[in-house]
Design a protein around this ligand. Structure first.
Ligand code: HEC
Length: 201
């Protein structure tokens, strides 16, 4: 008799387990220990009666930054600490980190060829494949700037760095895809590229 009961119990357990597999349900899952699964929250853009201005979406407290962001500094922003303008020359500390000027240019060339060439082309003239194809399709893409233009040549290094970081008008930002030291390396390479193209103008 006990054997029969055992058999029956094993069979029903098996059935229960089988029923749980691969089933979808619109019901909330049963969570015996609720921990932090369910707690009060606001939907994006919803109204809050807690805050005086009724906005549930709060601005970050001044001077906070996300873990993936670098704290504000000349190295992170390309701007002078007193806010009076851009850093004129790539800081020595970052060139040092990149293994000196040669290392910075070598790394910059590699990154430039990956990230910038599709639009700006290898010589930086702005006739990259993306632009050429866009013209064939009449997509109306704004022409990428010729990096050998006098205006770009005389732009402070920090501004070139900030352009890569934040993008400019129709050019997308690269702060999430290219780490800060690589953005500086690209600046070093663009400077070398400009020098190499100077005779071509
Ligand atoms: C998706 C295409 C695209 C890529 C990739 C791209 N750019 Fe651009 N870039 C543009 C376009 C388009 C403009 C012109 C924007 C405008 O005038 O609206 C531009 C403008 C610029 C300018 C001129 C800024 C100014 O002040 O006028 C610089 C400098 C520049 N890009 C550097 C770079 C560098 C360095 C990279 C690689 C990290 C890069 N770009 C990657 C499309 C691109």
């Amino acid at each position: 008799m006990t054997n029969l009961l055992r058999c029956f119990a094993a069979l029903s357990l098996g059935l229960v387990a089988a029923a749980c597999r691969g089933e979808t349900s619109a019901e909330s899952p049963i969570v015996p220990i609720r921990n932090m699964f369910h707690q009060q929250r606001y939907n994006p853009q919803s109204r809050s009666d807690f805050f005086a201005d009724h906005r549930s979406m709060r601005k970050p407290v001044a001077h906070t930054f996300a873990r993936e962001m670098e704290p504000s500094s000349e190295l992170a922003d390309g701007e002078l600490a007193d806010g009076s303008g851009y850093v004129m020359r790539t800081p020595d500390s970052v060139i040092g980190q990149l293994g000196g000027l040669d290392g910075a240019i070598a790394r910059g060339e590699q990154r430039f060829n990956i990230y910038c060439v599709p639009c700006h082309d290898r010589a930086g003239t702005g006739k990259g494949t993306v632009f050429v194809l866009s013209q064939k399709n009449n997509s109306g893409m704004v022409a990428p700037t010729n990096l050998n233009d006098d205006r770009i040549r005389h732009m402070p290094d920090g501004q070139l760095y900030a352009t890569i970081t934040h993008g400019v008008r129709n050019m997308p930002p690269y702060n999430y895809s290219i780490p800060a030291s690589d953005r500086w390396a690209i600046v070093s390479y663009v400077r070398a590229l400009e020098l190499s193209q100077a005779g071509e103008q």
